[in-house]
Design a protein around this ligand. Structure first.
Ligand code: TYD
Length: 210
């Protein structure tokens, strides 16, 4: 049985990941790749959805410690990998995931200053074998992205963090993608139609070569 491919979308708030997931799904269908599952992090499992609520709505005099938050994201990720991603890939089902490990490096590592060594250790301990075949990083300026997110809905705990935080997150994404292979950067500051076209074109090229 040929394994499914693992496609990941990354970017800060308002970068258009949700729309990008739909574009990728549609493009795969046009390529006759019909066995595809969409997932979201944190979430998409019973545990992951509970953790998503805790992280987004956390509001207590005792601040949520950065390390505890890092582990919560990892608990959600491990559950998703073990109960959905691994079994699907093994059955030949493709996965499109709205966020994955790179989010931890960017937000907890870059934004919250957790040393990347700690995050790497967690990855190596629990998620070593499951790596994306391709990641699309949607790059948007923090002020543009947050304005879009604000127009769309009430902001959650993370989205209310400072502009400085999101600048650090974006800079970490940019620094990692400049060193890693298998990550395609899309300029998500452009109009939707242009973003859509570049995602489709990049995906076409990647599918031809893989
Ligand atoms: P997201 O689902 O993109 O937000 P929404 O659908 O509400 O627009 O992301 C959830 C939030 O969790 C987002 O602020 C980024 C954050 N996050 C981390 O900080 N670290 C992680 O490892 C992951 C997966 C998400």
């Amino acid at each position: 049985m040929i394994k499914g491919k693992f496609i990941v979308l990354e970017g800060i708030e308002g970068s258009g990941k949700t729309l990008a997931c739909k574009i990728i799904l549609k493009t795969l269908h046009q390529h006759n790749i019909k066995n595809v599952k969409l997932v979201k992090e944190p979430g998409s499992t019973y545990l992951g959805e509970k953790i998503r609520k805790i992280i987004k709505n956390y509001n207590n005099d005792q601040d949520l410690h950065h390390n505890a938050e890092l582990l919560l994201f990892h608990a959600a990720r491990i559950q998703l990998v073990e109960s959905i991603i691994k079994p699907c890939l093994n059955k030949g089902i493709w996965i499109i995931s709205d966020r994955y490990q790179l989010s931890s490096f960017a937000y907890q590592g870059g934004g919250d200053n957790i040393p990347s060594k700690k995050i790497k250790n967690l990855k190596n301990m629990f998620l070593k074998k499951i790596n994306p075949d391709i990641t699309f990083y949607l790059d948007v300026l923090p002020e543009t992205g947050l304005k879009r997110a604000f127009q769309r809905k009430k902001l959650d705990r993370i989205e209310k963090k400072s502009m400085k935080f999101f600048e650090k997150v974006r800079n970490t994404y940019l620094s990692i993608i400049s060193k890693e292979k298998n990550i395609i950067k899309i300029d998500a500051n452009q109009k939707k139609i242009l973003v859509r076209n570049s995602i489709k074109n990049e995906l076409f090229t990647w599918l031809k070569n893989n």
